[in-house]
Design a protein around this ligand. Structure first.
Ligand SMILES: Cc1cc2nc3c(=O)[nH]c(=O)nc-3n(C[C@H](O)[C@H](O)[C@H](O)COP(=O)(O)OP(=O)(O)OC[C@H]3O[C@@H](n4cnc5c(N)ncnc54)[C@H](O)[C@@H]3O)c2cc1C
Ligand code: SF4
Length: 336
């Protein structure tokens, strides 16, 4: 009821659908879910806190009745999954997709899909382009792909719009424990983790980058991919590259909308709140009038020694924060 009252009814990404006929109410999924996303209603498991769900699928694995299916779309918003064949090639020849964008929202699966896509790309005929493959995104899928590219001795380039590798993992809250399973990757062998902190996982990947000398072009955003007679031109925020093939490993979390103001490129400007604690004793400006901005501003403002200026368009409170939920607006009013 509380989740409904607050409008928190839509899971962000991959989430379970529970078949009420198969579900016998064993509660195994509820125990297995580390995010408290599931509960029991009238003897059946239900996704009671949809926005808590982060889609690692522990519930589906724990269900003795096979009553749980993991899906991306919801009735309300639907979900387009790109058309990808078993070699990860799309209906555009030479354009490949791996990881969460293609419908696979798990760390290990994304990484191995990236590597498998390189097995397919290695079979394509050579060309006179700058690269055999441009990999877009340095999350698990892009990193798995880079290892595959090394194994196949491909001429590759990775562009990543963020300042760090890791993709969604880089955005996890501090000390968040990710649940995964061992997976074999090219060049490095097994990624052996089952439960691992965000920090340890990022360290693991950084160590691989160092050992394998994988080059990642950070802070470089892919803007456009145009087919040519023998491949593609990939236009980025920093240049243009010709390539025989492209792997889109860009996940589903999108690209933040930028303000376009001087100084925006400085490392102290961020587009997601990962950990309010890191802003203790600082003055923080939050820009935006919707729920994300209001929630971020309130979370930072409750940290000791912090002051927050919240900037939103509109002459008065109602106009500036009309897009936020009533509950958030009330809380914000009380905090001003
Ligand atoms: C909070 C949270 C917790 C999770 N917990 C788990 C868990 O416990 N276990 C598990 O298995 N999975 C978990 N997941 C899911 C898992 O993190 C994702 O499925 C996985 O990261 C997908 O990998 P990916 O490489 O496909 O995409 P992403 O990790 O999203 O990486 C995509 C990368 O592409 C970059 N990019 C996007 N657009 C562009 C562009 N135009 N130009 C250049 N770069 C671009 C992005 O900056 C990003 O770095 C969790 C997800 C979240 C959000
Ligand atoms: S997918 Fe993960 S977070 Fe979502 S309900 Fe299942 S176990 Fe919980």
């Amino acid at each position: 009821k509380e989740a409904f009252a607050q409008g928190l009814t839509e899971p962000a990404s991959l989430h379970p659908i529970i078949d009420p006929v198969r579900c016998l109410g064993s509660g195994s999924c509820i125990k297995a879910c580390p995010e408290q996303a599931l509960g029991m209603i009238k003897g059946k498991a239900v996704l009671i806190n949809p926005t808590y769900c982060i889609g690692h699928g522990a519930c589906a694995a724990a269900c003795p009745q096979d009553a749980i299916t993991l899906v991306f779309g919801t009735e309300k918003r639907g979900m387009d999954i790109p058309q990808v064949d078993p070699t990860f090639e799309t209906n555009v020849k030479g354009l490949f997709i791996a990881g969460e964008l293609g419908g696979m929202g798990l760390i290990r699966k994304s990484a191995s899909q990236g590597a498998q896509a390189m097995d397919s790309i290695a079979k394509l005929k050579g060309s006179a382009n700058d690269y055999d493959v441009v990999i877009v995104g340095a999350g698990p899928a892009g990193l798995g792909a880079a290892l595959g590219a090394i194994q196949h001795k491909l001429r590759y380039l990775i562009v990543e719009q963020e300042v760090s590798l890791g993709g969604a993992i880089f955005q996890y809250p501090r000390n968040k424990v990710a649940m995964t399973a061992p997976v074999k990757l090219p060049v490095i062998g097994e990624m052996h983790f089952k439960e691992v902190s965000k920090e340890r996982l990022l360290e693991f990947w950084l160590d691989i980058i160092e050992k394998t000398s994988i080059q990642i072009n950070y802070n470089e955003r892919m803007e456009n991919v145009t087919p040519t007679d023998n491949g593609f031109i990939v236009k980025t925020s920093k240049g243009e590259y010709t390539t025989r093939s492209v792997l889109l490993a860009i996940g589903r979390r999108g690209t933040p909308r930028k303000l376009g103001v001087p100084g925006e490129e400085l490392p102290k400007v961020v587009y997601r709140l990962i950990d309010p604690e890191q802003y203790r004793n600082m003055h923080v400006i939050v820009v935006g009038g919707g729920d994300s901005a209001v929630e971020a501003a309130m979370a930072v403002a409750t940290e000791p020694g912090t002051t927050v200026s919240l900037c939103a368009r509109g002459d008065e409170f109602g106009a500036a924060f009309g897009g936020a939920k009533p509950k958030n607006r009330d809380k914000l009013k009380a905090m001003i």
